[in-house]
Design a protein around this ligand. Sequence first.
Ligand code: GDP
Ligand code: MG
Length: 175
Amino acid sequence: MARPGNKIIQPKLVLLGDMGTGKTSLVLRFVKGQFLDQQESTIGAAFFTQILSVSEATVKFDIWDTAGQERYHSLAPMYYRGAAAAVVVYDISSLDTFARAKQWVQELQNQGNPNPVMALVANKSDLDSKREVQIQDAEEFAQEHGMFFMETSAKTAHNVNELFYEIAKKLAIAY
Ligand code: GDP
Ligand code: MG
């Protein structure tokens, strides 16, 4: 019998979502534990790695962030190719970014792996006083599309490690 935690997997994880929703900030919070108030939208070759151990496996994430190409509302096929996991991000203070999240999910389903682990992420939970998207609507959408839902804040670090931990768990079980 294999020892638990023996397995090593190296999944590709992509970030999707409109510009300004906090994709890069979430990655930098997770990988470097930092947050910048004025995150440069175009900065980054946008490739990161991070290792997380869960009981079923050691997960070496290959994280693909955009370098601002999402402004054109679509990404190159190579971005989606082979992605085992996708994090679709919207900003709770912008209904428009939630509407667009639905289109990002569609694009992923058209171009990506058949059954990726998908998270719908409501970022900027610290901006609750400016909330435009209700949790219930997002949960409903996530459920319809086989996604799990989480509210995060890259700014306060709320649920950021939890998000990646949850993805790691699901990947470790699936692979
Ligand atoms: P991206 O275009 O999706 O990569 O978004 P960025 O990570 O560049 O973030 C866009 C802006 O939103 C930046 O000014 C960030 O500082 C800010 N931001 C990102 N995450 C949060 C958050 O959780 N809360 C708040 N208040 N601002 C955030
Ligand atoms: Mg970015």
